[in-house]
Ligand binder design. Structure first.
Ligand code: SF4
Length: 88
């Protein structure tokens, strides 16, 4: 699937303009259940059986999709923050 288009990709340092989100997935927890891929297919893609690719800096407009993916993850591997927030 090639849904992660150029407009959804972050800059080289992983940041985006104010108002965006910062998404991280703990790949040590991720069991490739793919629930996030069903919930937000434009932002989470499984390549092969285990390689999860995701957009680390989606726009704020994607918040509902990203939140749906976060909630759907059975191992709570997805973390979502506002891009401007200090990492905790
Ligand atoms: S739903 Fe969670 S465990 Fe499944 S692929 Fe997504 S991040 Fe990984």
């Amino acid at each position: 699937m090639s849904d992660l288009n150029h407009h959804d990709r972050p800059s080289a340092d992983g940041r985006r303009a104010a108002g965006g989100l910062r998404v991280t997935v703990d790949l040590n927890l991720c069991q490739a259940y793919a629930q996030c891929c069903y919930a937000a297919p434009h932002h989470f893609v499984l390549k092969g059986r285990e390689a999860l690719h995701y957009d680390p800096a989606p726009s704020a407009a994607a918040r509902d999709d990203i939140e749906r993916a976060r909630i759907a993850c059975p191992v709570q591997a997805i973390r979502v923050e506002d891009a401007g927030a200090d990492p905790r």
